[in-house]
Design a protein around this ligand. Structure first.
Ligand code: PMT
Length: 222
């Protein structure tokens, strides 16, 4: 059972991938089903939180208890976050945002030609959404995720520090782990605390994560 802490709290969550268009029929995207972020949004809403979920393209549908904003690209996700973060208590960035986008997407479908064996895409860096929120003067408690294929704890700690987050949820991905699965395992880290959540359904992990955030915030207020 989640602590009463979440009743009436405002939570902003991002979920799913972002798609960066190459032309009207092709895109660059990340592997993400949205299951982790949607589970967090639903569990928080069930615990009485006022939840806004900003979702990239996924095949899931949130319940009516969750206010959902659908976006496609990282730029659109950033704008939706900017419109919704201000009165939030907690921001959880579970989305797999594409780090790069095509500099100038083609307006028409790029044609394959017989004389060209290769193709080069000119990519530019996308804005870092969770970092942007963490840089604001008045900001919510900021929780990021780290999806890693190696050196899980070290890379996640780097992200916690570089992006100036309050908490990071590290998960191993690849080899059938993390992305698109119903189960996951998370290592939660703040500057001073550490909690290992072993493999479990994403809804159970969402409950444990929300309970840990509540504990940290209550502790910080003492
Ligand atoms: O959706 P599922 O299939 O259930 O899979 C869940 C998940 C593996 C996608 C999820 O648990 C997860 O790890 N989400 C974050 C994936 C990711 O992009 O991690 P990252 O290590 O590349 O990014 C670090 C943090 O910065 C993340 O909080 C990310 O949301 C954020 N970020 C990254 C790039 C960017 N341009 N803007 C961001 O806000």
């Amino acid at each position: 059972i989640l602590p009463k802490f979440w009743q009436g709290k405002r939570l902003l969550v991002t979920a799913g991938p972002t798609y960066e268009d190459i032309d009207p029929v092709r895109f660059i995207g990340n592997k993400s089903s949205g299951k982790m972020g949607y589970a967090i949004a639903e569990v928080a809403a069930d615990a009485g939180a006022d939840v806004v979920l900003i979702s990239g393209p996924v095949s899931l549908k949130a319940s009516d208890k969750v206010q959902t904003v659908l976006v496609r690209s990282a730029q659109q996700m950033l704008e939706a976050v900017q419109q919704n973060y201000a009165d939030c208590d907690v921001f959880i960035s579970a989305a797999a945002v594409a780090d790069y986008r095509v500099a100038t997407p083609n307006l028409q479908k790029i044609k394959k030609t017989d004389d060209q064996d290769g193709m080069t895409l000119n990519l530019v860096k996308n804005p870092d959404i969770v970092k942007w929120v963490a840089e604001q003067v008045t900001k919510p408690y900021v929780v990021g995720f780290a999806a890693e294929t190696e050196r899980l704890e070290a890379y996640a700690r780097d992200k916690l520090e570089c992006k100036k987050l309050d908490m990071i949820c590290a998960n191993s991905v690849g080899d059938g782990k993390g992305f698109e699965q119903d189960d996951n395992a998370l290592l939660l880290m703040t500057k001073t605390q550490h909690k290992n959540l072993t493999n479990a359904p994403k809804s159970r992990l969402a409950k444990s994560l929300l309970a840990f955030i509540a504990e940290c915030l209550v502790e910080a207020k003492k």
